[in-house]
Design a protein around this ligand. Structure first.
Ligand code: ZN
Length: 267
């Protein structure tokens, strides 16, 4: 890509990194990342990926901005209450960086439409707040062989792992089934410290940038979890399971399933 003087300045702190350079910035510009959910995780991820110059960023969400979202969903401002989240987020992303092409999807992802949407992207960030969609994103990404970052937050805790289908453990290798509805409290029931969303969403954005540039090691086969009260970080090794119902040697899930919609996000 030919950079203008302005763009060289905009991306200079990336370009100066030996591991990134102009070549890495070219890869970032060519990358296509889909963010599922314009909420607590999706907002910081979207802002950092736009700032970084990811060429094409898709953002999916069917909701409108609620006043109670503003405590952590930092792409949405007070004036945006009542607006579609994807439009509010897209406006801030292009305001940070007009180089970026933002595609908005004002919809809920379901078994019927998810594969058509994710197929257009190289990497997916799962910033959803409910288990049915987390399993749907995992299964669809495995079926389409698209790497993705899983993330969940609740109260003072966060957890994340990166999945490269066919190479590393998928979400279902570790968590076979969504928990029963109401078994796990939601953020609206149990609360969440706002800054936790930023901590996790930016880890997910860093994974997307590492995937785009090919630098470092992705957070595969590892569940990173943290607790902000004592600021402890823990890495739990995960293993790909031969008998995984979706990525194993004889998958029993051959079509996508829509589980009953429940809300929110950590187990
Ligand atoms: Zn699996």
């Amino acid at each position: 890509m030919e950079y203008s003087i302005e763009q060289l300045e905009r991306y200079s702190r990336h370009i100066i990194l030996q591991e990134v350079g102009v070549e890495g910035q070219d890869k970032i510009a060519a990358a296509r990342v889909l963010i599922v959910g314009a909420g607590g995780l999706g907002c910081p991820a979207a802002l950092y990926l736009a700032a970084a110059g990811i060429g094409t960023i898709g953002i999916v969400d069917g909701d409108t901005v609620d006043l109670s979202n503003l405590q952590r969903q930092i792409a949405h401002h007070t004036k945006d209450v009542g607006r579609e989240k994807v439009l509010s987020a897209a406006e801030k992303m292009t305001a940070i960086n007009p180089d970026v092409q933002v595609r908005t999807y004002q919809m809920l992802l379901c078994a019927d439409n998810i594969r058509d949407v994710i197929r257009e992207y190289d990497f997916v960030i799962d910033g959803t707040d409910n288990f049915p969609t987390k399993f749907l994103v995992n299964d669809a990404c495995v079926m389409e062989s698209i790497p993705f970052s899983h993330g969940g937050i609740l109260r003072f805790d966060g957890q994340t792992t990166t999945v490269v289908p066919g190479q590393s453990a998928c979400y279902r290798c570790t968590f076979r089934q969504p928990p029963p509805p109401d078994a796990v409290p939601t953020c609206s029931q149990a609360g969440v410290l706002g800054a936790i969303a930023g901590m996790l969403g930016t880890i997910q954005a860093a994974e997307a940038l590492k995937h785009a540039t090919g630098i470092g090691q992705l957070l595969t086969d590892t569940l990173l979890s943290f607790n902000a009260l004592n600021m402890s970080f823990r890495r739990v090794p995960l293993r790909r399971q031969e008998n995984c119902p979706i990525c194993g040697t004889a998958p029993t899930i051959t079509e996508l399933v829509d589980y009953q919609q429940t809300a929110c996000a950590l187990r």
